[in-house]
Design a protein around this ligand. Structure first.
Ligand code: GDP
Ligand code: IMO
Ligand code: MG
Length: 430
């Protein structure tokens, strides 16, 4: 049985949630493997909108197992609120349908405070984060002072873990001119939330390996996008986790052989939220139009997303680092009505042509995109559900992108609605 990893191939918000929801019909288990509630995944089912942050997008369909893997950082208070909200929309969540890895690190209130304090300094250190404590929590994980889900089960262990974390954080807070953390209040808060989280705690690595042996199909749901990857993204303007497909194995406790197909989610143009380089960014009417037609406002922070032309050089690069077997091209409908479209095929760096974005920040800043201009289409692609419904120039645009990124299109998306999706190749096919 095939297992599929869905990953973002640009700067996030490519439409992963919609595609994961659509694909989840074919899956038994849907597992998040990195990131946290910095993610904002939007699903639209028969006009009803579901917004998910920490929960896997598979929860909306009944009868599936949703999993939060160890590669995720989890804010327990946010999760409880998210579960309550999604239940109000009629979604059923029980310990039978949701499992959280026992070795998942917890995002605590002081992680968010630290994240926001750094961002508020408005200095060269500003990243434009979501302010949700993602970076500081991953720092604690790697620093071996994180509090993990399993620690909630034993009061003495929990206290030890809190003390370990506070040695570091109180020193840091004092340097930033902040009050020390109220140890007893934090422990009380954790003990209060513990039962609500522990009911979902499970040895996820074991459950997933058993499911795999039983022939169940696993869909791994990535958050963010490869250009926000801690190693391969536009560092330091990135998130604090590996978001590329290789992380699906380490972030859940499966071997790399468990991954049969990597589906890269690619928007038909480019967007980015937060600071950092963006070679094809547009600050003209075309950029404005993409933002308006595409409703490009962040799901998590409400910030306006920066918009620009499709960058084939970048997507070719991210498809390589994620080992993408096929892409889902989303938001094609947003390009309806443009007379001409531009596609970046590489960069001019000091008179030399590059077919990839270099790593050094000063070089990235000097890279001038090299564009190809292609004809647009005046017909509507919105809601198209088959190739035959697409105008000839839209098909040409898609085929040209395939050539440039050296990767075939497996799915196409033409509106936010679940069923407005065109299947070209089934990623789950053996
Ligand atoms: P994610 O973070 O990758 O899951 O993406 P987001 O949900 O943050 O942002 C994608 C937005 O585009 C959401 O509002 C989706 O409902 C919407 N969307 C997804 N696919 C399409 C599409 O094909 N066309 C249009 N117009 N909107 C889409
Ligand atoms: P989804 O899963 C778009 C961006 C932030 C910021 C940088 C670091 O919805 O695609 P962080 O809070 O992670 O430390 O912020 O990463 N960012 C995202 N941008 N989509 C996301 O998730 C993002 N998650 C983080 O805007 O630039
Ligand atoms: Mg999003």
């Amino acid at each position: 049985m095939a297992n599929v990893v869905v990953v973002g191939a640009q700067w996030g918000d490519e439409g992963k949630g919609k595609i994961v929801d659509w694909l989840s019909e074919r899956a038994d288990v849907i597992a998040r493997f990195q990131g946290g509630h910095n993610a904002g995944h939007t699903l639209v089912v028969d006009g009803e909108v579901f917004k998910l942050n920490a929960l896997p997008s598979g929860v909306v369909r009944g009868g599936k197992l949703s999993v939060i893997g160890n590669g995720v950082v989890l804010d327990p208070w946010h999760l409880v609120t998210e579960i309550e909200k999604i239940r109000e929309q009629g979604v059923v969540i029980t310990p039978e349908t949701l499992m959280i890895a026992e070795n998942t690190p917890l995002i605590l209130p002081f992680h968010g405070e630290l994240d926001r304090a750094r961002e508020a300094q408005n200095s060269v250190a500003k990243i434009g984060t979501t302010g949700r404590g993602i970076g500081p929590c991953y720092e604690d994980k790697v620093g071996r002072r994180a509090i993990r889900v399993a620690d909630l089960a034993d009061k003495a262990t929990l206290e030890l873990r809190v003390d370990r974390a506070l040695v570091h954080h109180n020193a840091l807070r004092s340097g930033l001119g902040q009050e020390p953390i109220d140890r007893d209040a934090l422990i009380a808060m954790l003990n209060e939330i513990a039962p609500q989280i522990l009911q979902y705690a499970a040895p996820v690595w074991k459950v997933l390996n058993e499911k795999r042996r039983a022939g169940k199909r696993i869909l791994f749901e990535g958050a963010q996008g490869a250009l926000l990857d801690i190693d391969f993204g536009t560092y330091p303007f990135v998130t604090s986790s590996n978001v590329i497909a290789g992380q699906a194995a380490a972030g859940t406790g499966m071997g790399p052989g468990a991954i049969d197909f990597v589906l890269g989610i690619v928007k038909a143009y480019t967007t980015r939220v937060g600071e950092g380089p963006f070679p094809t960014e547009l600050d003209d009417d075309d950029g404005q139009r993409l933002g308006e037609r595409g409703h490009e406002f962040g799901t998590v922070t409400g910030r306006k997303r920066r918009c620009g032309w499709f960058d084939a050089a970048l997507v070719r690069q991210t498809c390589a680092v994620s080992g993408v077997n096929g892409i889902a091209l989303t938001k094609l409908d947003v390009l309806d009505g443009f007379e001409t479209l531009k596609i970046c095929i590489g960069y001019d760096l000091d008179g030399k042509q590059l077919d990839y974005l270099p790593t050094a920040a000063d070089q990235q800043a000097r890279c001038v995109p090299i564009y190809e201009e292609v004809p647009g289409w005046s017909e509507s692609t919105e809601g198209a559900r088959s190739w035959n419904d697409l105008p000839a120039n839209a098909i040409k645009y898609v085929r040209h992108i395939e050539e440039l990124i050296q990767c075939p299109v497996a799915l196409l998306s033409t509106s936010p609605e679940r069923e407005d999706t065109i299947l070209v190749t089934d990623p789950f096919a053996d």
